[in-house]
Design a protein around this ligand. Structure first.
Ligand code: FES
Ligand code: FES
Length: 167
């Protein structure tokens, strides 16, 4: 069977790849596009190290066939920073000891970023629900909760300031 040509928009950039029968979105992101922030922890949908957002949904990219991703919009951890500036969530992870080895961190960041895009003031329980599929073997989860709530507060404050400046 010939490989299928696929096109997907990754972090705002149109990309092309060959999708062999068993190739996953995770493999294409890492091997074809060089986006190695997305990690392969288990290849079986159990750890969340490979989480990306595809068409607005948080997915384990190891469980998505590359062919299924044809035509989709994908955001990886590399897409969270903008104009060379880390997202407030990324800065907060550093400030709250939300990681040690960092292997789970890209997936955690993508899950938490997706939460913040729909909830500007998440409770501890809401954060824990959002990262229920992201396993961390080092740090535990309280630092992640603290980071999300700190970033949420910073984003609310920035938004309030922007509204004041427009009035
Ligand atoms: S590598 Fe995809 S869930 Fe573990
Ligand atoms: S910081 Fe090491 S697995 Fe989470």
């Amino acid at each position: 069977m010939t490989d299928m040509d696929i096109r997907l928009t990754v972090n705002g950039r149109l990309q092309h790849a060959k999708a062999g029968v068993m190739r996953t979105l995770l493999t294409v992101l890492r091997e074809d596009f060089g986006l190695t922030g997305t990690k392969d922890g288990c290849s079986s949908g159990d750890c969340g190290a490979c989480v990306v957002v595809m068409n607005g949904q948080v997915v384990n990219s190891c469980m998505v066939l590359a062919a299924q991703a044809d035509g989709s919009q994908v955001t990886t951890v590399e897409g969270l920073a903008s104009n060379g500036e880390l997202h407030p969530l990324q800065r907060a992870f550093g400030g709250t000891w939300a990681f040690q080895c960092g292997f789970c961190t890209p997936g955690m960041l993508v899950s938490c970023h997706a939460l913040l895009s729909s909830n500007d003031n998440p409770s501890r329980e809401e954060v824990l629900t959002a990262i229920a599929g992201n396993f961390c073997r080092c740090t535990g989860y309280q630092g992640v909760v603290n980071a999300v709530q700190q970033a949420a507060a910073e984003l609310r404050s920035a938004n309030a300031e922007a509204v004041l400046q427009h009035d």
